[in-house]
Structures are given as structure tokens and as C-alpha cells.
Write a protein that binds this ligand. Structure first.
Ligand SMILES: O=P(O)(O)OC[C@@H](O)[C@@H](O)c1c[nH]c2ccccc12
Length: 266
């Protein structure tokens, strides 16, 4: 059975092959090396995180394979400014077209509108994409362990480091957390949503947090809707949260961002 991850990996490999033909590695690499200073992504999260109050990575997300269209009125620079004003520490911008209606231009435009570090949210299957991400302004890339083997993950991580970028290593089960730890990941995410079944379970973070290396910064990803959800993953050990849908569905994104980060009294 081919699940969605395999489908995505297949079209990404084709897409990257085409992009590479247009811009060989030596060319994209030299562009990446002169693309300016990355904004420290992990550093910004560390600076913002407080005990019981995780730092927010706010996601610019138009649509998803599980939810379809999430936000019709979609203006990446305006959304980026709303997130910044509402207290986000960093942004995540989806650039995958086929599954998420993202675009490379959304990353460029959103980053230009704010001072926040930006994650390029896409599916990496080739180190060439890390260099490309830097040319688009990305300060951080995503490495989804369920899509890559250890050798490729290590190459992607090293490539990010070479360009001064951070990498968010995404896990979904105990075995992947063990792989993230042995890769020496400094920024490790637990996706509460299975990318294979789309099932969301917020307790995934709590079940896996104790396996994260103590020096890593832990990010709880997906399915976070309320200040109580934020408090629950913070209690489980997350120092940062990655939130898209729940904020994208609000008319006033800035106010919703502020409200989500409001501490809950218990
Ligand atoms: O919209 P949500 O449920 O708040 O989730 C955001 C983010 O975690 C999610 O978009 C995501 C996490 N990992 C991914 C990998 C690929 C695509 C998307 C994702």
C-alpha cells in the first residue's frame, strides 16, 4: 500500500530532479553561501521559552491534505505580521504546492515582512533542497525522519549547518526519537499527527518527551487549539509549540495568537 508519505516522497524526488537540471548544485550552493545571515531560529525559541510558557512557531498554512482549504483569505505578509504582533517567536511557512497549496514565494514574502526567523516547511529528500531553502531565505529546514534514512538525515543536517541554518528534526514514535538523539539533533519535534493516517493525538508529546535528549529543545507539533492544550504539552516537557490550523481559522490572527499564549490558571 502506498501511503501519502510515499506519494509525497515520489513527487518530491521528481520535482527536485527537474529543479536540479535548471540549477546544478554548484550554482545553488554559491547562491546559498551569499544569501545573507540566517536569523537564529533555535536561539529565538530558547530566548522566548519560559517554564510553563512555550515559545510559539506560528505556521502560514493555506490548506492541508487532511483538512482541505483552511484559509481562503490568504495573504502571507499580512499573516506574518499578525503572528509577529501576537507574540510568535518564529514562523513556519509551507512551500509544498501539491499537498498544501504552498509556494516558495510565500516564504520569501512572509520573511521580508517581519524580523522573525523562518522555517521552510517542505519535504526534504535531497541535500540540494537545503541550499535552495537558504536561497529562499529560510533560517531553518524540516527533516522528517519517517521520510529519510539515517544517512540522508545526517547529510541534510550537515548541509543546514554548513549554511548556518538550524534544522527541526521531526519524529512521531519512540524509534524515531532514538534516531533523532543519535543524529545529535538540537531541535527536535514530536508531531502529534501521524503523516500516514492523519490521526491527531496530543498525548503523543507526553508519551515521547522523556526520550528526548536533555540538551535538545523539544517542539510539540500539530493539533494544538487552546491555552489548555499549550499548558498540557508544556507540562509534558515541550519548550516550543508549532501551530497552524487553529490560528489560521481565526478572523483576527493577531488577537488569536495572543489569546493562545495566555497562561491558563489552574
Ligand atoms: O495545523 P496544525 O495541526 O496546528 O499543525 C501544524 C504543523 O505541525 C503541521 O502543519 C505539520 C507538522 N509536521 C508537518 C510535516 C509536513 C507538513 C505539515 C506538518
Amino acid at each position: 500500500m502506498t501511503d501519502i508519505l510515499e506519494q509525497i516522497a515520489a513527487y518530491k524526488r521528481e520535482d527536485v530532479a527537474a529543479r536540479k537540471r535548471a540549477r546544478p548544485f554548484a550554482e545553488i550552493e554559491s547562491e546559498a553561501l551569499v544569501a545573507g545571515m540566517p536569523r537564529g531560529f533555535t536561539a529565538a525559541l530558547r530566548k522566548r521559552a519560559e517554564p510553563g510558557r512555550p515559545a510559539l512557531i506560528a505556521e502560514v498554512k493555506k490548506a492541508s491534505p487532511s483538512k482541505g482549504l483552511i484559509r481562503a483569505d490568504f495573504d502571507p505578509p499580512a499573516l506574518a505580521r499578525a503572528y509577529e504582533g501576537g507574540g510568535a517567536a518564529c514562523l513556519s511557512i509551507l512551500t509544498d504546492g501539491p499537498s498544501f497549496q504552498g509556494d516558495d514565494a510565500y516564504l520569501v514574502a512572509a520573511r521580508a515582512a517581519v524580523a522573525l526567523p523562518c522555517l521552510r516547511k517542505d519535504f526534504l529528500v535531497d541535500p540540494w533542497q537545503v541550499a535552495e531553502s537558504r536561497t529562499l531565505g529560510a533560517d531553518c529546514v524540516l527533516i522528517i525522519l519517517s521520510m529519510v534514512d539515517d544517512g540522508l538525515a545526517a547529510d541534510l543536517l550537515a548541509e543546514a549547518g554548513r549554511f548556518g541554518m538550524d534544522a527541526l528534526i521531526e519524529t512521531h514514535d519512540d524509534a524515531e526519537m532514538a534516531r533523532a538523539a543519535s543524529l545529535g539533533g538540537e531541535l527536535i519535534g514530536v508531531n502529534n499527527r501521524s503523516l500516514r493516517t492523519f490521526e491527531v493525538d496530543l498525548t503523543t508529546t507526553a508519551r515521547m518527551a522523556h526520550l528526548a535528549p536533555p540538551n535538545a529543545l523539544l517542539v510539540a507539533e500539530s493539533g494544538i487549539f487552546t491555552p489548555a492544550d499549550v499548558a498540557a504539552v508544556a507540562e509534558a516537557g515541550a519548550s516550543a509549540i508549532l501551530v497552524g490550523e487553529s490560528l489560521m481559522r481565526q478572523a483576527d490572527v493577531e488577537a488569536a495568537t495572543e489569546a493562545l499564549l495566555e497562561p491558563v490558571s489552574r
